[in-house]
Design a protein around this ligand. Structure first.
Ligand code: SAH
Ligand code: SF4
Length: 411
């Protein structure tokens, strides 16, 4: 894949780097990325690798794909030249096109990826965000193009669901982000060397990009099991968080079958209001949701469930709501994350006043939850929570300029 960089001027301080990539001719071949081990073994056997060797070959290939991040069979130096050639004939390791790479003034990065059509469909564009912080780096990954739900404060929710992402497309977001960040070992590292998890740039993954991950359960499960595989990308399941608006039956399955940390988009403490803000509440109400949280496999004081609460001025930010929130969560091993509302073009809400957020946080703090306010990150490049929306409906420049003057709480 050839990549050319154009540094484009924009009228904020954020450098915008547009990256155009030309896809190779291999796009038609099946991609090995995103296959479960057993699927990869089957694929190799079908390609003529003797059955007794297939498991070992997959172990070698897995290492190159996920520990070393190679995107070319030629770089798999402990495989014979013949096998490398055969693999390249049959399979692809093709990355998505990178339509845009933006870097915020605060170091947050956002990529707009274009994935090729699946079957008769059109190519799809999705966004992935990297948020560097002191001592950690979080990658915010998308699970769907658009969303079937329509939470009233969320930009993605204004876009219809285009389709679920495949395991390949979910895992690719992690691979390509690490590639662009220079987070894989260099070529000179001897084959077989495992890389310690300390010192990596991507230390955490959150399923908090576009889409509702629990409406794409099987693909998200397969992708997260690959991302947490100890012989590959090796991200600890504690450092992977899946955020859901409240698909109750699949919450239990997430704990049982994936075992990652859980975040719940709560946002309201009364059903009447939550029905409006987070419409999935009409199907599974607050009581049912909290019951699922109480039973979440693996939740403990050492491994708490995160409750996200977006601060909407005059809607859900009263001090009575704060009191009710801590009462509701009693008995659940919980963390509370207050998220200042991030605006988008024509959004029907405003962010709560900073003093109100602090007063709300004070009540939450006094109930024993530490530092609950989430600092907005990457707002200048529209990478903050709830601002993602794909290329099909990109933001007009005029709207972007208007939003850039919106106040950032606490600044
Ligand atoms: N669909 C999943 C995950 C994606 S949204 C979910 O709803 O949990 C990730 C988080 O961003 C959710 O907590 C969501 O409620 C929050 N969010 C959405 N729009 C937002 C906005 N405009 N400002 C702040 N947070 C927002
Ligand atoms: Fe979908 Fe989550 Fe946005 Fe709701 S908040 S519309 S579930 S992405």
């Amino acid at each position: 894949m050839t990549v050319s960089l154009n540094i484009a001027a924009n009228n904020s301080n954020a450098p915008v780097v547009a990256v155009t990539a030309q896809r190779g001719v291999a796009a038609e071949k099946p991609n090995l990325i995103g296959l479960a081990r057993e699927e990869m073994i089957e694929a190799l056997v079908e390609a003529g690798v003797p059955e007794r060797q297939a498991k070992m070959r997959v172990q070698q290939i897995w290492y190159w794909l996920y520990v070393r991040g190679v995107s070319n069979f030629d770089n798999m130096t402990n495989l014979s030249k013949t096998l490398r050639g055969e693999l390249a004939e049959r399979f692809s390791l093709e990355r998505p096109e990178i339509l845009e790479e933006q870097i915020s003034v605060d170091g947050t990065r956002k990529w707009l990826f274009r994935f090729p059509p699946r079957g008769a469909g059109a190519p799809v564009d999705i966004e992935t965000v990297y948020i560097p912080e002191e001592g950690r780096g979080t990658l915010c990954v998308s699970s769907q193009v658009g969303c079937t739900l329509s939470c009233t404060f969320c930009h993605t929710g204004t876009q219809r669901l285009v389709r679920n992402l495949t395991p390949e497309e979910i895992v690719m977001q992690v691979l390509v982000a690490r590639e662009r960040l220079g987070d894989f070992p260099d070529k000179e590292t001897p084959p077989g060397t495992y890389v310690p998890s300390e010192g990596r740039l991507v230390t955490n993954v959150v399923m908090m990009g576009m889409g509702e991950p629990l409406y794409n359960f099987d693909h998200v499960k397969q992708a997260l099991l690959i991302v947490s595989d100890g012989d590959g990308l090796a991200l600890s399941k504690r450092r992977i968080t899946l955020s859901t608006s409240g698909h109750v039956p699949n919450i239990q399955r997430t704990g049982d079958e994936i075992g990652v940390s859980l975040a719940i988009s709560l946002h309201a403490v009364r059903d009447e209001l939550r029905d409006e803000l987070v419409p999935i509440n009409k199907k599974w109400n607050i009581a049912a949701l909290l019951e699922a949280c109480r039973n979440y496999p693996g939740a403990s004081n050492a491994r708490r469930i995160t409750f996200e609460y977006v601060m909407l001025k005059g809607i859900n930010d009263s001090l009575e709501d704060a009191v009710k929130l801590v009462r509701l969560l009693k008995g659940i091993p919980a963390k509370i994350n207050l998220i200042p509302f991030n605006p988008w073009p024509n959004s029907p809400y405003e962010c709560s006043e900073w003093e109100q957020i602090e007063a709300f946080a004070e009540i939450v703090n006094r109930a024993g939850y530490a530092s609950p306010i989430r600092t907005p990150r990457g707002r200048d490049i529209f990478a903050a929570c709830g601002q993602l929306k794909s290329e099909s409906e990109r933001m007009k420049k005029r709207d972007r300029d208007a939003l850039e003057s919106a106040p950032v709480p606490g600044s």
